[in-house]
Write a protein that binds this ligand. Structure first.
Ligand code: NDP
Length: 445
């Protein structure tokens, strides 16, 4: 990293101790920015980097609720309103026991640049809680969501901050939170949350958007080398919202997903994952990956190593941060992987990213490849504002167009800055410049 960037980075680390994931996300962006600062020193003079690393507002709050035995539980809630240069704060809520401020800040920081890449008028934010929805009854999840929203509602608004889902937050949780928001405020403000149910203001394709969008981005990358998903063997890690719809789209395009996972392990299914069965197990029954194996002949639970040991043409990490390290990347490369696209946020460690790029593997960073989710959330906001609802076909067409455009911008920026094929640099620079220019236009705020 250039010295001026290194100095600012050290300050960020010192000001935000113990937030390893946030430091990692900042470093990843800073590593791309030297050529931009060389072209435009005013970003340094105006302290854009120092300002962009400091959230505009951070809210941390107590979330008390009672479990089914009547016992009092206490969780911690977060909302980091990171940057509103391009529009209202926009970004999901994550409910997972690993959540702490450093995770929310890494996700919020990434979200600033991702949202900028979509070309939609949305700023960056993220929130969540260390609450674990797994194993909880619907009634417990409802009581938690109601308590969470009882504090969060005062910070939200269609022109202020518009949350959505992320790990552990799907349609059920959004429903409970929207219901509580509506009850407290006495306002039916559809545009205050996205990922809503189709009967009450949700958008078609929002459920599918992140997975479909990731596959659309990967298809664009493959096309630069005259390739497509047709006939390819693919691994998709995770078995949640992003992973399931990535698998569905890959199968529509003629590829075969031979493995997927959850936090209890991974499954290998050489005939191709049965996506309908997986949806039944994960979305309807909220079961484990082992329940899929029990009902699918020929499928096996992975016995050793990791999901990345399986030889594939394309790998899509779609579970969580830092799930694919340098050693695992080396194994994928040795086994002939051609393309990697991140459906999850920051799933590949820095060593993994460098290994893929060094080996000439097409590599798409999450902030570009998984931007289809938030882009479709912005389409949901558009429909809500116009009291309209679009068809599946039209909405998917808009999504595909947005993903093509993001790919094109990342590729041409990488070319312009002398790093052809470097989608990490392309995404970081494109996302950054727009936000930085808006911040400069607003003066010192
Ligand atoms: P879900 O909760 O629907 O699914 C997450 C999946 O990842 C589950 O299979 C889960 O397994 C697995 N997983 C989660 N944490 C871990 C862990 N620590 N170790 C191993 N496996 C884990 O979440 P999403 O599919 O929505 O999100 C997945 C990723 O995509 C996240 O990084 C998220 O930030 C990112 N993303 C999501 C978007 C969206 O629209 N939903 C948009 C853009 C990015 P288990 O059930 O066993 O916990």
């Amino acid at each position: 990293m250039e010295q001026s960037l290194e100095t600012i980075f050290e300050t960020v680390v010192a000001r935000n101790p113990g937030e390893a994931e946030f430091h990692q996300a900042v470093r990843e962006v800073f590593e791309s920015l030297a050529p931009v600062l060389k072209k435009n020193r005013s970003y340094l003079d105006d302290k854009i980097l120092e300002r962009i690393c400091e959230p505009e507002r951070q809210i941390i709050f107590r979330v008390p609720w009672t479990n089914d035995k009547g016992e009092v539980q206490v969780n911690r809630g977060f909302r980091v309103e990171f940057n509103s240069a391009l529009g209202p704060y926009k970004g999901g809520l994550r409910f997972h026991p690993s959540v702490y401020l450093g995770i929310i800040k890494f996700l919020g920081f990434e979200q600033i640049f991702k949202n900028s890449l979509t070309g939609m008028p949305i700023g960056g934010g993220k929130g969540g809680s260390d609450f674990d929805p797994r194993g909880k009854s619907d009634a417990e999840v409802m009581r938690f969501c109601q308590s969470f929203m009882t504090e969060l509602y005062r910070h939200l608004g269609e022109y202020t901050d518009v949350p959505a889902g992320d790990i552990g937050v799907g349609g059920r949780e959004i429903g409970y939170m929207f219901g509580q928001y509506k009850r407290i405020t006495n306002r039916y403000e559809s545009g205050v949350l996205t990922g809503k149910g189709l009967d009450w203001g949700g958008s078609l394709v929002r459920t599918e958007a992140t997975g479909y969008g990731t596959v659309a981005f990967a298809s664009e990358m493959l096309a630069t080398r005259g390739e497509s998903f047709d006939g390819k063997r693919v691994t998709v890690s995770g078995a949640g919202n992003v992973a399931i719809y990535a698998m569905e789209k890959i199968h529509q395009l003629g590829g075969t997903v031979v493995a997927c996972s959850d936090s209890s392990g991974y499954v290998v299914d050489e005939q191709g994952i049965d996506v309908d069965l997986l949806k039944q197990v994960k979305e309807v029954e909220r079961g484990r990956i082992g329940d899929y194996v029990a009902r699918r002949s020929g499928a096996e639970l992975g016995k050793s190593g990791s999901i990345w040991d399986i030889p594939v043409d394309v790998a899509l990490p779609c579970a969580t941060q830092n799930e694919l390290n340098g050693e695992q990347a080396a194994t994928l490369i040795k086994n002939g992987v051609k393309a990697v696209a991140e459906g999850a946020n920051m799933p590949t460690t820095p060593e993994g990213v460098h290994a893929f790029q060094g080996a000439g593997v097409l590599f798409a960073p999450g902030k570009a490849a998984n931007a289809g989710g938030v882009a479709t959330s912005a389409l949901e906001m558009q429909q809500n504002a116009g009291r309209d609802s679009w068809s599946f076909e039209y909405t998917e067409e808009r999504l595909t167009g947005i993903m093509r455009n993001i790919h094109e911008m990342c590729a041409s920026t990488a070319d312009e800055y002398g790093a052809p094929g470097d989608y990490v640099m392309g995404a970081n620079i494109t996302g950054f410049v727009k936000v930085a220019n808006a911040m400069q236009a607003f003066g010192l705020v």
